[in-house]
Design a protein around this ligand. Structure first.
Ligand code: ADP
Ligand code: MG
Length: 867
């Protein structure tokens, strides 16, 4: 809302209003009046029920070179020339009246150039009542039966409304009755023919949803704003026909709710449509007179008719209005007939009239400016000051735009060509006004009493009356009169002055009269008791009624309690669920965060995995390449070595074959020699010819020839000590050579590995050791030693000498043999073992530095044994 910063008085904080964010745009309607009889050219066409089109008149078109085009304007609704007053009312004013009855404010104004039909629309004429009489009629049709007695509601002088008690209201009523000469009953009233038949009864309209348990009162005010002065058209001023007093202008004030009001303005309480319209008409008359007297033009003034509706709930009994000012609701409907919107030039005004006209125009200008600023503020979110105070009209209606309420405007247009240019301006303003939004009025709070109070109260009153009538007794207000009559019907008391002691008439007469009176009194008491009993029973009935109602209320309260409990439970449940949902949200949050972390991890791991896979792939391919390379190398090497082996085998084979061949050759030669010799001496007896053909096998070597070189007696002890004992150590790794000469040591302990036990029993040790000689033949060495007892009780061996047993290729030996054979002394007399083959293949060598002695002897044993 836009509040004015301007203002001399310090501002009070605004009252607390129910917050309302809903807004409605100003409802703008367009009414096109029919062309007048003198007018020929029409420049407005109704295109649809929301749009009109303006055509520039022919003259203008010609003058301005076709600058004026056809323009269209849209409104909430467009009413064509045939629209009836009733149709217009139904659409435009009826909702405002309904709002008024439901405590909401409304503002309805007609806007247009003079003669466009503003007054016709607002006021109308007999038989063609306008929006104003129809609104009044609808109000009274709706609240008629629920109106409060006059003066129950009483306006204070600060735009507020008070509720008077019954007595004060009655006193005010009596005062009014005594002052006015107007007859009380409207039926007998003479209606001014000027405004008779404004609304025909069949067109009567009624609002829905009127609260029957409220009491209503209507107050009307009627003001005129002329030349920016406010005049009260309903003010009662003593009329002076000779020197008429100029009317006093009124000022605007702001009430405590920041609503603007005309201070000291007359507010007339009216109880019917007729009465209200009569008041209006009174104002109209006054206006007309003033205008004539002051030479004013009525089209230059704004007239504002304000209908105020006060309503307050009935008390708990449903009998009287609740005496509580805070419970009074006042709503108002302003019906405004604005001055003609045309520019000054049109009226050819001069002097002060021109100045006035300027002011009138000024107020409409201000209205336009205010609407423009409002629109700009609302559309652009700006906070420009709206110049309401620049004119009385806008200042008075400030609250409608500033606060809340429903605002409607009927734009009246005359389609005649003369008005074209003015009409264009009117249309532009009207279109712009539609863009302004006004806060929607909120519903008023309902009072705490049960509904249907008025009806129950009425039913009770009716019942009471019926019962009293049944009884034939007095009814209501007639009661005191009956009593009076009864008292008057008592027989008068006879004179009770005793004339003398002998007077015996007076006393008996008095007694008689008193007895009569007593009887009457008795009757009256009886009467009274009967009535009292009757009333009692009625009251009792009411009491029981109340009791049952109370019970009902109690029951409802119980139910309400249950419902409350349920609500509480639900609330708790909601709280719990809310907490839970918060908890879950928190959890979700955490989980989401965790998920994010995991996802990041996953991403990085995936990246790593990918890089590793790539590396693996690379390595695999590298490996495969290497494998294929190695495979190549292996096959190459294999091939090479296979070739080499083949080559060597072949060479060896060749060599062996050569050797074999050489041996064979030698053998052949030897055989030839032998055969030569034998053929000379004896017949060849040896059956071993075939054996000689096969390649010589490395056979057991026979003992060397006994005739050897002289022996160096190195080991005398062993010679002498024939009874000495040997440890014969033959490692299992030794190969059994098929030799002839084999060491044979009698009485020796044979072992595969030397052991203490064996050594302790012996004094000599021999190890048979095999090794490959330089020519590739295996030679056997007999390493001999002596066993000593050590001081520690163990044994130790001291090697003394080595005997070597070696096989030799016969090819090399044959020459030697041959030379020895050829020795003439060396006759073969040794027997079989001196066979040529054997001799060729066996040689005994003495190691350098070693004596042949033992070895010779050693070899000698088998020689001796073996034949
Ligand atoms: P304004 O108040 O705008 O100056 P009025 O309401 O006084 O105009 O209208 C001028 C004349 O036009 C009156 O005689 C009125 O009867 C007539 N008139 C206006 N509107 C209509 C209408 N819709 N139908 C018939 N006559 C109309
Ligand atoms: Mg008018």
């Amino acid at each position: 809302m836009i509040r004015q910063a301007k203002g001399k008085t310090p501002r009070r904080p605004p009252p607390k209003k129910p917050s309302n964010n809903q807004k409605d745009p100003v409802g703008v309607y367009c009414r096109v009046r029919p062309l007048g009889a003198d007018d020929e050219e029409c420049c407005i066409e109704v295109i649809s029920n929301t749009t009109i089109q303006l055509h520039a008149p022919d003259g203008l078109k010609a003058n301005r070179n076709g600058e004026y085009k056809e323009t269209q304007y849209s409104f909430k609704k467009v009413f064509g020339i045939k629209t009836s007053q009733r149709e217009l009312f139904e659409d435009v004013a009826k909702p405002l009246v309904e709002d008024l009855i439901h405590c909401k404010n409304g503002l309805l104004f007609t806007y247009g150039v003079t003669g466009s039909g503003k007054t016709h629309t607002m006021t109308g004429s007999p038989g063609q009542g306008g929006l104003l009489p129809r609104s009044l009629d609808m109000i009274f049709n709706s609240i008629g039966p629920y109106q409060a007695k006059r003066y129950v509601f009483k306006p204070d002088d600060k735009n507020g409304m008070e509720v008077q008690n019954q007595v004060d209201a009655l006193l005010d009523r009596q005062k009014r009755d005594s002052q006015t000469t107007v007859p009380k009953t409207p039926t007998t009233r003479r209606i001014d023919p000027e405004f008779a038949d404004m609304i025909s009864p069949e067109e009567a309209c009624k609002a829905d949803g009127v609260d029957e348990d409220s009491s209503y009162s209507v107050f009307v005010s009627y003001i005129e704003i002329y030349n920016n002065y406010i005049y009260d058209l309903l003010e009662e001023t003593p009329f002076d026909p000779i020197k008429p007093k100029p009317p006093q202008s009124k000022i605007l004030r702001e009430d405590q709710n920041h609503n603007m009001y005309v201070a000291g303005c007359t507010e007339v309480e009216v109880k019917s449509t007729e009465e209200a319209f009569e008041v209006f008409w009174r104002g109209q008359k006054k206006r007309r007179i003033a205008n004539t007297q002051l030479n004013r033009e009525s089209s230059r003034s704004h007239s504002v008719f304000i209908v105020k509706l006060a309503q307050a709930p009935l008390d708990a009994d449903g009998d009287n209005v609740l005496q509580d000012k805070n419970q009074v609701n006042v709503s108002q409907l302003c019906l405004v007939d604005l001055a003609g919107s045309e520019r000054t030039s049109r009226t050819r005004a001069e002097g002060s009239r021109l100045r006035e006209a300027g002011n009138i125009n000024q107020s409409l200008m201000t209205l336009r400016t205010c609407i423009e600023v409002l629109r700009e503020n609302q559309m652009c979110g700006t906070n420009k000051m709206v110049p309401y105070r620049d004119s009385k009209v806008t200042h008075l209606f400030k609250n409608y735009f500033d606060g809340e309420g429903k605002v409607r405007m009927v734009v009246c247009v005359n389609p005649k060509a003369d008005d074209y240019e003015e009409t264009l301006l009117v249309m532009r303003f009207a279109e712009m006004t539609q863009e302004v939004e006004v806060a929607r009025p909120v519903d008023r709070p309902i009072c705490g009493f049960a509904a249907g109070r008025r009806q129950r109260n009425q039913a009770f009153k009716e019942e009471l009356t019926r019962r009293l009538e049944e009884r034939g007794g007095p009814v209501d207000g007639e009661f005191p009169t009956v009593l009076n009559q009864l008292l008057q019907s008592f027989p008068p008391l006879p004179p009770c002055e005793i004339s003398g002691p002998n007077d015996d008439v007076t006393l008996p007469r008095l007694i008689e009269a008193l007895e009569k009176r007593h009887k009457i009194r008795q009757m009256m008491i009886e009467e009274y008791n009967k009535t009292a009993n009757m009333l009692k029973s009625v009251l009792q009935e009411q009491d029981s009624n109340i009791l049952s109602k109370e019970n009902f209320i109690q029951e409802q309260r119980g139910r309400l309690g249950e419902k409350d409990k349920m609500i509480q439970n639900q609330k708790n449940e909601i709280d719990r669920l809310e907490k839970k949902s918060k908890m879950l949200e928190y959890k979700i949050d955490i989980l989401q965060k965790t998920t994010n972390i995991y996802e990041e991890d996953k991403r990085s791991l995936q990246q790593e995995l990918e890089s590793r896979e790539q590396r693996l792939q690379r390595e695999l391919s590298e490996k495969r390449r290497m494998e294929s390379r190695m495979q190549g190398m292996v096959t190459d090497a294999k091939l090479k070595w296979e070739k080499e082996c083949e080559r060597r085998v072949n060479a060896k084979q060749l060599e062996m074959q050569n050797k074999l061949w050489v041996k064979d050759e030698k053998l052949k030669q030897l055989k030839a020699i032998v055969t030569e010799g034998k053929t000379e001496n004896r017949q060849p007896q040896r059956p071993s010819r075939e054996k000689d053909k096969v390649p010589p096998k490395r056979s057991a070597s026979p003992s060397p020839v006994p005739t050897g070189p002289p022996v160096r007696p190195l080991h005398r002890r062993s010679h002498s000590a024939g009874g000495e004992r040997w440890v014969d150590h033959k490692p299992t790794s030794n190969v059994d050579l098929d030799t002839v000469l084999k060491p044979n040591i009698p009485n020796a302990i044979k072992v595969n590995a030397p052991n203490e036990k064996a050594l302790s029993k012996c004094d000599r040790y021999v190890l048979t050791h095999q090794e490959v000689a330089s020519d590739g033949e295996i030679q056997t060495k007999l390493i001999k030693g002596e066993v000593f007892k050590t001081r520690g009780g163990g044994q130790s061996v001291q090697f003394t000498d080595i005997e070597t047993l070696k096989q030799e290729n016969p090819v090399a030996a044959s020459r030697k043999r041959r030379s020895s054979e050829t020795d003439p002394d060396g006759e073969p007399m040794e027997g079989d073992w001196t066979d040529v083959e054997t001799r060729c293949s066996v040689a005994v060598e003495m190691r350098a530095g070693s004596n042949l002695g033992p070895g010779y002897q050693h070899h000698g044993y088998p020689k001796r044994r073996k034949p």
